[in-house]
Ligand binder design. Structure first.
Ligand code: DAH
Length: 345
């Protein structure tokens, strides 16, 4: 073994140029591969005289380390140059899909109800969620000490004076606002959020949604109310749906009724959803009390009208058989995804 052989290989390592990773790999094989030049020197090392072994051993190890370092250096350079050709990404790969949201069941039902009444010629009217006592109670013929005004039911924003601000407890307040500003005939429906000071349970919540309806014209009769509700019920729950009206009481309607639809699950036979009765309650309604018309400046001798109000969560519960009101407000994705396939309405 000669010193010159080692020096010659070291010089050619210094002079080495590689443009591509493939050339780097070829250089590695040339020097360090099984039949490479440096590997060959290690073979030859076996025959070196004993007294020279220490020197040549050190030189050979240094040479091998130099070669490895040089190859790594060239590899890095070639990779950098390769990357200047453009980003190493596959532009033909499919993109990451966006997670699409879907309508909330309460929104789906509200839209469906609005669409049905639009077909009957109703406009949509809205009013404020923070209301005053006058529009929520007084103008709707609630007696001064009616329990609905009680602190236990109503969230007051400012208490104490004559017409306190409060969170509306029903959308019937929008009836009053509409009568105040629209000329008769009036035909509106009013979807909106309402608030009641209730303990939260499967059947009650402090926030929920209602849709109110109001129709005022000359000669509006209870028969018109019945027909409007029947048509609505058949659009909403299917063409075979029956309705029944039970006498009831609301301060702002006279006479008043509660409406049941025939149970679309057992078709009147009785099941656990309708609690064996064959009927499901969906709304309250009645003929607008003359006091209510007069309070908003409408001549009750000339005009009459009907009103109705229903809870959206309740309708959605009947439609999809949801058994706990709290699901609507918790935004649990497992619940919300159940409605992803519901048709766009
Ligand atoms: N406002 C009533 C409630 O929240 C529902 C209601 C009943 C509305 C009868 C009406 C009606 O317009 O005529 O319980």
């Amino acid at each position: 073994m000669k010193q010159q052989d080692i020096d010659r290989i070291a010089a050619s390592l210094d002079a080495l140029e590689c443009k591509t990773l493939k050339e780097v790999e070829e250089a590695r094989v040339r020097f360090l591969g099984k039949k490479g030049e440096i590997t060959a020197l290690f073979e030859e090392f076996r025959t070196v005289d004993r007294d020279q072994k220490a020197i040549f051993g050190r030189l050979l190890n240094e040479l091998k380390q130099k070669a490895q370092a040089r190859i790594e250096e060239l590899k890095g350079k070639a990779a950098d140059e390769g990357s200047s050709d453009g980003p190493k990404i596959d532009l033909s790969m499919p993109g990451d899909p966006y997670e699409l949201g879907s309508r909330h069941p309460v929104s789906i039902v509200r839209q469906e109800i609005v669409d049905i009444f639009r077909k009957f010629g109703y406009d949509v009217a809205e009013g404020p969620e923070i209301e005053d006592d006058y529009h929520v109670f007084e103008a709707l013929n609630f007696p001064a000490n009616h329990p609905a005004r009680d602190m236990q039911d109503t969230f007051f924003v400012s208490a104490g004076h004559l017409n306190p601000l409060l969170l509306r407890t029903h959308t019937s307040s929008v009836q009053v606002r509409t009568m105040e500003k629209m000329p008769v005939p009036i035909r509106v429906i009013c979807p909106g959020r309402v608030f009641r000071n209730e303990a939260i349970s499967a059947r009650a919540h402090c926030i929920f949604h209602q849709v109110e309806g109001l129709y005022i014209d000359e000669n509006v009769s209870f028969a018109d109310l019945k027909q409007a509700i029947l048509l609505f019920a058949r659009e909403m729950f299917g063409p075979d749906t029956q309705i029944r009206m039970r006498p009831s009481y609301f301060p702002f309607t006279e006479p008043s009724a509660e409406v049941d639809v025939s149970c679309n699950i057992c078709h009147g036979k009785g099941c656990n959803i309708c609690k064996g009765t064959g009927w499901l309650e969906i709304l309250g309604c009645g003929m607008v009390d003359p006091n209510v018309l007069e309070a908003s400046g409408i001549d009750s001798k000339r005009y009459s009208g009907f009103a109705f109000g229903m809870g959206l969560e309740r309708i959605a519960m009947l439609k999809w058989r949801v058994n706990d009101l709290r699901h609507y407000f918790e935004n649990d994705m497992r619940f919300l995804r159940e409605f992803a396939a519901a048709p766009e309405v």
